[in-house]
Ligand binder design. Structure first.
Ligand code: NAD
Ligand code: TYD
Length: 351
């Protein structure tokens, strides 16, 4: 059995974080997992209601930008490992409120780095700060080529600029203070528990409710999609077996133009909902483009594949079907988000 460890996971009530928390709590009974989350609009503790009574799991409500609080937390719990996912994560929101992204993604990351450094500066042995980032820091690709770990950073949105900045700070702390770190940059995730503002869950919800599907521009933008549970598995591998001071790209080997993805989603939804063939496609509506919209993201994930033997476990068709089934079977979860009731869960559960 692995030796005991105290691990801080930030942003664990969010989409990807909830899958990472569950994987670690269940797989490593010897670890104590502290899930720190501010419960912004994107944080939903219902995502983790099955873990509430696990003896190796503790939820802490708090903001990563609160310096004093974070320092005290490290003084109290002495986290040996940090897996940092807390962030503002939606590009469209970053266009309307860039400063919120600087506060959480840049300043919040520096606050955590400082607390980790101050806690362990005399003994970095066996400690690790794992920063979760995105492929969007590399900017946009043209019709060809793939992002590799050494692709120069060239962010185009306030979201990706804030994530790029946080990546640079993590690396700078590694160089300057010898802080042990690892970074991974992942492509677009999809799956259970994703807030219905991102493309796939928003469109699933709209199809269920027969609402228009707003495709930005001409729909010829390309993303590389990865099933969220495969991302969580990659994070587990990198945390335990990744090389310190390295970056790993994670992707699905799975590029889709938005319009083709939306048509596949419509087809699978029509089958699940017993609707006539192409019924949901009628809902597609081309709308004004996103400003600064990146044309194409695609990851070359051969480093993690070759060095850590990681590969996606499901095809896109399988992952999408699992995702659709989950949303159709969890209409209450979706309804609670739409009507805001999910935000009362913390109060009910934790007082
Ligand atoms: P999410 O928006 O679903 O969740 C973010 C979580 O962080 C929420 O629970 C929120 O309450 C919490 N949070 C926000 N601000 C906070 C603060 N100041 N203090 C404490 N907690 C705070 O995001 P996600 O999609 O799960 O993404 C998680 C991480 O993975 C992010 O760092 C994101 O940049 C990165 N990432 C996401 C994707 C993707 O496709 N979703 C792809 C690659 C990388
Ligand atoms: P999104 O899920 O917001 O992820 P990201 O911007 O981080 O890649 O968007 C995925 C793609 O779908 C992106 O090209 C923008 C597009 N999109 C739409 O066409 N319509 C929408 O309503 C949304 C939310 C996204």
């Amino acid at each position: 059995m692995s030796r005991s460890k105290t691990i801080l996971i930030t942003g664990g009530a969010g989409f990807i974080g909830s899958h990472v928390v569950r994987l670690f709590v269940q797989k490593y009974p010897n670890y104590h997992i502290y899930n720190l989350d501010a419960l912004t609009y994107a944080g939903n503790l219902e995502n983790l209601s099955d873990l509430e009574n696990q003896p190796n799991y503790t939820f802490i409500k708090g903001d990563i930008t609160d310096e004093l609080f974070i320092q005290e937390l490290f003084d109290t719990y002495k986290f040996e490992g940090v897996i940092h996912l807390a962030a503002e994560s939606h590009v469209d929101r970053s266009i309307t409120d860039p400063l919120a992204f600087v506060k959480t993604n840049v300043i919040g990351t520096i606050v955590l780095l400082n607390a980790f450094k101050d806690c362990w500066k005399d003994d970095f042995e066996d400690k690790l700060f794992y920063h979760i980032s995105t492929d969007e820091v590399y900017g946009t690709l043209g019709e060809t080529g793939l992002f590799i770990e050494t692709t120069p950073y060239d962010p185009n949105s306030p979201y990706s600029a804030s994530k790029a900045s946080s990546d640079h700070f993590v690396r700078a702390y590694g160089e300057t203070y010898k802080l042990p770190y690892v970074i991974s940059n992942c492509s677009n995730n999809y799956g259970q528990n994703q807030f219905p503002e991102k493309l796939i869950p928003l469109f699933i919800n709209n199809i269920i409710n027969n609402k228009p599907l707003p495709v930005y521009g001409d729909g010829n933008y390309t993303r590389d999609w990865l099933y969220v549970k495969d991302h969580a598995i990659a994070i587990d591998l990198i945390f335990h077996k990744g090389k310190q001071g390295e970056t790993y790209n994670i992707g699905g080997f799975n590029e889709w133009k938005n319009i083709d993805l939306v048509k596949l989603l419509c087809k699978q939804m029509d089958q699940k909902l017993n609707r006539a063939s192409k019924a949901s496609e009628q809902l597609i509506t081309f709308v004004k483009d996103r400003p600064g919209h990146d044309l194409r993201y695609a990851i070359d994930a051969s480093k993690i594949k070759n060095e850590l033997s990681w590969e996606p476990s499901v095809t896109f068709e399988q992952g999408l079907e699992l995702t659709i089934d989950w949303y159709l079977n969890n209409k209450r979860w979706l309804a609670n988000i739409i009507n805001g009731a999910y935000q009362a869960y913390y109060q009910k559960q934790y007082g």
